[in-house]
Design a protein around this ligand. Structure first.
Ligand SMILES: Cc1cc2nc3c(=O)[nH]c(=O)nc-3n(C[C@H](O)[C@H](O)[C@H](O)COP(=O)(O)OP(=O)(O)OC[C@H]3O[C@@H](n4cnc5c(N)ncnc54)[C@H](O)[C@@H]3O)c2cc1C
Length: 394
């Protein structure tokens, strides 16, 4: 019997879910508020646990055609460029059979959207906001705003892949004290032309510069032609109303001040571009279930997290992989969603907590930062990388 799914949101999570559900023989309609795929210039690390799912979904080759294989992760002390740890990557972390990639977010979305469009049982609708949701026995009915008109649709399953400010999550009160909480950090994001930075930073390596109350991550993308830069600082700069957070033009003097005592190499990297955007970081606490009846959350809608483990998109892709596997074995939608939630909730709570811990470790200062640096050196790449087997090896 054919089953029908509606997905709210065509971000990385929604698109991956469309592919996974179409392979489990669902007819899928994806509604996306934006008029087209966003071209915002930011990068992503795609860890082996995510590329493994992309391989199962049959899109890894296409994704790789846009991506760079990371050879190493390097931790650097921001004040003087001392290398604290160099962890070789491919073949050496997690499963060892799928790559660790860096990719432009828009390229990943494009690869997923192309694959979704090729499926005869997937329909992708832009400029379409899921605005009303009603449960009706075994059906879920939605009102979808398309400009001035509202169309109505219904399905056996609704996936809320509608991001941090998820309407589906709010409508069905998945979390108890479920308000967005500003985490006290702002991420400044930019891309720089590789010709404007030292050629040493355009090798396919992810560099993590650590310092007091701030860190900087940088890595090349698009064949090494551009460098992705993410500078995270502790700051109170955010919207006065946490229910309506915003991102916007970066306060450049604040960024420069936060890194003013860092090495010249770090400051040169920040100076390589003037087009910074600022993203105050928000989170929500872990929740006990990702599903209610025939409705499930996925990606940031289910488990928004701070980005310090580079896992938000990876986990949205993992969610999709699990949904696909569950529904290729289980016909009943409520039963399938209970299994999906059971498989995902524990792992996600751990990752949300670990991501926060990583942020605290990155930003240590004084004697605690000396202890961190010494333990990184002492542990060495081998023992440090085995600490991530639970994450990358899933
Ligand atoms: C600084 C920073 C760095 C990061 N780096 C990494 C990284 O290296 N690796 C990694 O894995 N992750 C990273 N992340 C996290 C990652 O970007 C997110 O976790 C991921 O993009 C979430 O995908 P999603 O599809 O769940 O949500 P989103 O990308 O938010 O997509 C939700 C979509 O739903 C649409 N939508 C919203 N409401 C509706 C509605 N009512 N109807 C229809 N459509 C709707 C939106 O327009 C949007 O397109 C980073 C995040 C930040 C902030």
């Amino acid at each position: 019997m054919s089953r029908r799914a509606i997905i709210a949101g065509a971000g990385i999570g929604g698109l991956a879910a469309a592919l996974a559900l179409s392979r489990a023989r669902f007819d899928v309609t994806l509604y996306e508020s934006a008029e087209a795929l966003e071209e915002f210039g930011a990068g992503l690390q795609l860890t082996p646990n995510a590329t493994h799912v992309l391989s199962d979904l049959g899109v890894l080759d296409r994704v790789e055609s846009f991506a760079l294989r990371t050879r190493a992760i390097i931790a650097i002390r921001g004040s003087d460029d001392a290398v604290l740890m160099r962890m070789p990557i491919n073949g050496a972390v997690g499963r060892g059979d799928t790559p660790y990639l860096t990719i432009h977010r828009a390229d990943l979305q494009r690869a997923l959207a192309e694959a979704a469009r090729r499926q005869p049982n997937v329909k992708l609708c832009f400029g379409s906001t899921v605005a009303e949701i009603e449960t009706n026995g075994d059906r879920i009915s939605v009102g979808v705003k398309q400009g001035a008109t509202t169309i109505h649709d219904s399905a056996d399953l609704l996936i809320g892949a509608d991001g941090l400010r998820s309407r589906v999550r709010e409508r069905f009160r998945f979390g108890k004290a479920d308000r967005l909480a500003f985490v006290g950090c702002v991420a400044f994001r930019a891309t720089a032309d590789s010709a404007r930075v030292d050629s040493g930073w355009t090798r396919p390596e992810v560099c993590l510069r650590l310092g007091s109350r701030a860190h900087l991550v940088h890595y090349p993308m698009r064949g090494g032609s551009i460098l992705n830069l993410v500078a995270v600082i502790e700051s109170t700069w955010h919207s006065a109303d946490d229910d309506h957070p915003w991102d916007g033009e970066a306060d450049r003097p604040t960024l420069d001040r936060a890194f003013s005592r860092w090495s010249k190499a770090t400051r040169d990297l920040l100076a390589a571009t003037s087009h910074w955007r600022a993203w105050p970081l928000y989170c929500r606490p872990p929740i006990a279930s990702f599903s209610i009846g025939r409705i499930a959350l996925l990606g940031d809608a289910a488990h928004p997290m701070v980005p310090f483990l580079a896992q938000g998109a990876a986990q949205a892709i993992e969610d999709a992989g699990v949904l696909g596997r569950v529904f290729s074995q289980i016909q009943s939608i409520p039963d399938g969603l209970v299994t999906y939630s059971r498989v995902r909730v524990g792992r996600m709570a751990r990752i949300q907590i670990e991501a926060k811990k990583h942020g605290r470790t990155y930003h240590l200062n004084g004697p605690m930062s000396f202890a961190r640096d010494a333990s990184m050196r002492l542990l060495g790449a081998g023992r440090l990388s085995s600490r991530y087997d639970w994450l990358y090896g899933a």
